[in-house]
Design a protein around this ligand. Structure first.
Ligand code: XIL
Length: 351
């Protein structure tokens, strides 16, 4: 009886020991592998949007960020209303903190964004300006912001979302006040302010051929013909389970920009699951496959070397407030646990 008990105790402790060893090795293997580590071995950039507050306050946020990514995009900190709150005052507090974090950990920075129709300060939207005044404001803004981060931002989204879905130019304060010329001027001023930064036009909904992507393509071709300095196109890639271009269509779109000598980056990827069908685990699996496919496209196409996600933890995604519904569009859950999408990206990077 006593021997039996002792034997049982031995078996139990042996299995606990084995389980712990397996867990420990698993943990060790995971900590030696990261998206960042695998990406940099193949000259790829895996990035994420970064928010100022959690970066300041949450050690876990900083830790996962620096471990998994080699590129960041400030999610709001470089937008007009944040950096240029009054006509004669700039405020780089938040953006500087993010750029400093990035430089301390050797992460590249994408600057986002110089010319957009949203997140503008009221002095600008409510002011009345002549075309010449508005041009001077935009020139000053671009020179100051790009100049401030000169040599520290590797790529700028110079112009964001300038086209409507039907391919016409969007009616914005810039188009109304300056005319179509604002696009060309913005790129020229950005180049003057930092000749080494790569300059991008960034858009959503133009991931594959269609009215919007075609208009963008033709417009950029025109800019290039006129010698306007533009280096690439950003495909935002805000998609969902029921709303996603095929990988082949995205690859075709990338190739035609390659023919113009342009780089393409995936700049704001997230994958909503709220409109998918199936159980949660099936939806997370479908989400994982979409992330994996898009990374694969970027890995294979010669003019793509960057995939940036619009955040990394579901705890800080813009999607729930944007859509008004719960969602889980990113690759780590709210407790920073890797989701199937994370493992899928690891797997694609290991090929
Ligand atoms: C979003 C941010 O994620 C939100 O925090 C903010 O309230 C609104 O803007 N396209 C873009 C991004 O280019 O700048 C937007 O970011 C998302 C859509």
């Amino acid at each position: 009886m006593r021997w039996g008990k002792l034997l049982r105790l031995k078996v139990v402790s042996l299995s606990i020991f084995t389980a712990l060893t397996v867990l420990w090795w698993g943990h060790l293997a995971l900590s030696f592998t990261s998206l960042r580590w695998l990406a940099q071995r193949q000259d790829l950039y895996i990035g994420t949007a970064v928010q100022f507050r959690p970066l300041q306050r949450q050690p876990m946020y900083r830790q996962v960020l620096a471990r998994e990514f080699n590129m960041v995009t400030p999610e709001n900190a470089m937008k007009f209303e944040v950096v240029h709150p009054e006509r004669d005052r700039y405020d780089f507090t938040q953006a500087d903190a993010i750029v400093q974090f990035a430089s301390d950990r050797d992460l590249q920075v994408r600057g986002h964004t110089l010319v957009w129709h949203r997140q503008l300060p009221s002095w600008l939207t409510e002011g009345e300006f002549t075309p010449e005044e508005l041009k001077a404001i935009l020139r000053d803004h671009i020179y100051t912001v790009v100049g401030h981060f000169r040599d520290r931002v590797s790529a700028w989204d110079v112009v964001n979302e300038a086209f409507n879905d039907d391919g016409t130019l969007r009616d914005t304060i810039w188009l109304r006040g300056i005319g179509e010329e604002y696009l060309e001027l913005a790129f020229r001023w950005a180049r003057e302010a930092d000749p080494t930064a790569r300059l991008f036009y960034n858009n959503y909904g133009g991931e594959m051929a269609g009215k919007k992507a075609d208009a963008t393509y033709e417009f950029i071709q025109k800019l290039e013909d006129r010698g306007v300095p533009i280096d690439g196109v950003g495909l935002q890639m805000h998609v969902g389970l029921n709303n996603v271009p095929t990988a082949a269509a995205v690859a075709d779109n990338m190739r035609r920009f390659d023919e113009l000598g342009l780089e393409v980056q995936i700049t704001e990827m997230d994958v909503q699951i709220q409109n998918g069908t199936g159980t949660e685990s099936e939806r997370l699996q479908a989400q994982a496959e979409i992330y994996g496919e898009m990374l694969r496209v970027c890995q294979v196409e010669p003019n793509c070397n960057t995939l940036v996600m619009w955040g990394f933890t579901d705890a800080h995604s813009w999607i729930p407030s944007f859509t008004g519904n719960d969602d889980a569009p990113l690759i780590f859950d709210e407790s920073y646990r890797p989701k199937p999408a994370y493992y899928e990206l690891l797997e694609v990077l290991s090929r």
